[in-house]
Ligand binder design. Sequence first.
Ligand code: GLV
Length: 320
Amino acid sequence: MARIVITRPLPPEEIDVLRTAHEVVVHDIGPDNGGDEDRIIEALRGADAAITLLDNPVSARVLSACPGLKIVAQCAVGYDNVDVLAAKELQIPVSNTPGVLTDATADFTMALLLAAARRLREADRYLRDGRFRRWEMLELLGTGLSGKTLGIVGLGRIGSAVARRALGFGMRITYHDRGHSNPTKERRVVAHRVDFATLLAESDVITLHCPLNAESRHLIDASALARMKRGAILVNTSRGPVVDEAALVDALRSGHLAAAGLDVFEREPDLHPGLFELDNVVLAPHLGSATRETRRAMARMCVEAVTAALAGLDIPYRVA
Ligand code: GLV
């Protein structure tokens, strides 16, 4: 019987299948209750398999302390919290959950974009404050999307899904991606590849869909924000550290950016205090994949990967 350690509760109906053949231990470890490397090591010691979440630090030190692991199944598409180089060196396979959260995250990106562009947060507050006394011609005016340019950073699965949705809103789609140009994909989503400087200068809305790595950390810094159009909108459903949050607060405060929609933050679960003071930013607690269907599908993929690893079979969704 193998020992499978899960760092935080997942949909039980998906996980229960593992209990028929294995010992399954479910912890509740997060950044709010001392979920540092030591706590993860303590939880994973002696485990044959681990299912981890995106705020668990699965560092080289953690992996070295748990040499019995036959897999780390990350229950997220992003895995910047896992030291994959160390995992490769230690020959501990790592898997993730691509694909099943593409539509949910693209939908949520559009929700943030629409809410930011049409000032939904302020509108809701206006009503609750009892200020809706008559229909106004000049009150709470937002930004129209039709005919505007959407700049997508990262035309991967989620970026492409956002492009397809934005086309339906009549937007012109441009993108910047570090990977090779993919004409088939470009044709499918009718997107024009541009360099980063052009994307910054020409986009009315910029939406981020790149992984977090050394090159993308603070990609949107004070200088990038200054090069964005006055009145532009920024949406981030990728990873918080892609944006310099303090610089973004300044750009929103000065009115250089009209608005932002943020689902991810630089130091989750903490937010820059300036964000709470701004009316022109819509905030969500990292909900991109948060539909019942998607979260179950993500858990199911982890179960598949763990089951294969423990049986010595080829591991699906393997990234390292
Ligand atoms: C969510 O942010 C994920 O990477 O799955």
